[in-house]
Design a binder for this molecule. Structure first.
Ligand code: ZN
Length: 263
């Protein structure tokens, strides 16, 4: 045991270890994988900690009160070794695995005006985000710049793991807010599935604050957009009692989506 750490601090760390909390709230497929060390030697991942920039130094990471939700617009078969370059504190894979990529104390350029106050979470996948007048759906990244991912939808295991992770933030960090990246930078990110089943769920079930229907913010680099009213449509709800079926959504309507992270 390291000297200098009180038994209270130690028991707190053990009690709220993410592996333990995710097991408590997740299902049989919820797994915690700590990738913080591999990320530190990844050519892209190792550059993402911006704690020593002027913005980072001006930010007190002990005052985190928010989680910001993102979509990757790509899937890599939930291979836990292939996400070390993703610029977020955590990644929730379609398998139900939760990757810990950066310590929550690190300041990342991930969520624009929410960076200082928030923990960034990226969800794996390339999900439909909009229904057109002809009834077909648009996907994100089918043509960006070459297909990066097949069209797919969130899995039940992913939504269960994502909700368990939000509960970890509530228990461990006492977060009060859950925001969409779109609200700080006018992208589609994270799209309606994740907004409905993670953000709206967090508001209704955990009492978290999403800023209200008209809430946006901005900084020197980007301005946010409001949550589209159609994201509140019940059609985006995922029934956790049965496997999610892509057949609910008819495509293809390949389009270049409004991307969230670089390829
Ligand atoms: Zn994003």
């Amino acid at each position: 045991m390291s000297s200098g750490m009180s038994s209270y601090a130690l028991s707190y760390m053990v009690l709220y270890h993410p592996k333990l909390v995710l097991t408590r709230y997740g299902n049989a497929n919820t797994r915690y994988v700590d990738r913080r060390d591999p990320v530190k030697s990844h050519p892209v991942g190792k550059q993402q900690d911006k704690s020593n920039t002027s913005a980072g130094r001006g930010c007190d990471r002990s005052k985190i009160d928010t989680v910001t939700i993102h979509i990757m617009e790509l899937a890599r078969n939930s291979d836990e070794t292939r996400f070390d370059g993703v610029n977020a504190h955590f990644a929730v894979l379609r398998s139900g695995t939760v990757l810990h990529l950066h310590d929550e104390s690190e300041y990342l350029f991930a969520s624009h005006d929410f960076n200082c106050r928030s923990i960034a979470v990226e969800f794996e996948g390339n999900y439909p985000y909009k229904q057109q007048k002809n009834g077909q759906y648009l996907w994100w990244s089918d043509t960006y710049p070459t297909p990066r991912s097949k069209q797919n939808g969130p899995t039940v295991d992913q939504i269960v793991a994502g909700r368990a992770l939000v509960k970890y933030f509530r228990d461990r960090h006492k977060i009060q807010n859950i925001f969409a990246h779109r609200q700080s930078c006018g992208k589609v990110c994270p799209g309606p599935h994740l907004w409905f089943n993670i953000v709206k769920w967090g508001v209704e079930k955990l009492g978290l604050n999403d800023g209200g229907p008209g809430y946006t913010t901005s900084n020197d680099h980007c301005s946010g957009s409001v949550i589209p009213s159609h994201w509140r449509d019940e059609k985006w709800a995922i029934d956790l009692s049965k496997p999610f079926s892509n057949s609910t959504f008819s495509g293809p309507s390949p389009t270049r989506g409004n991307i969230c992270i670089p390829p």
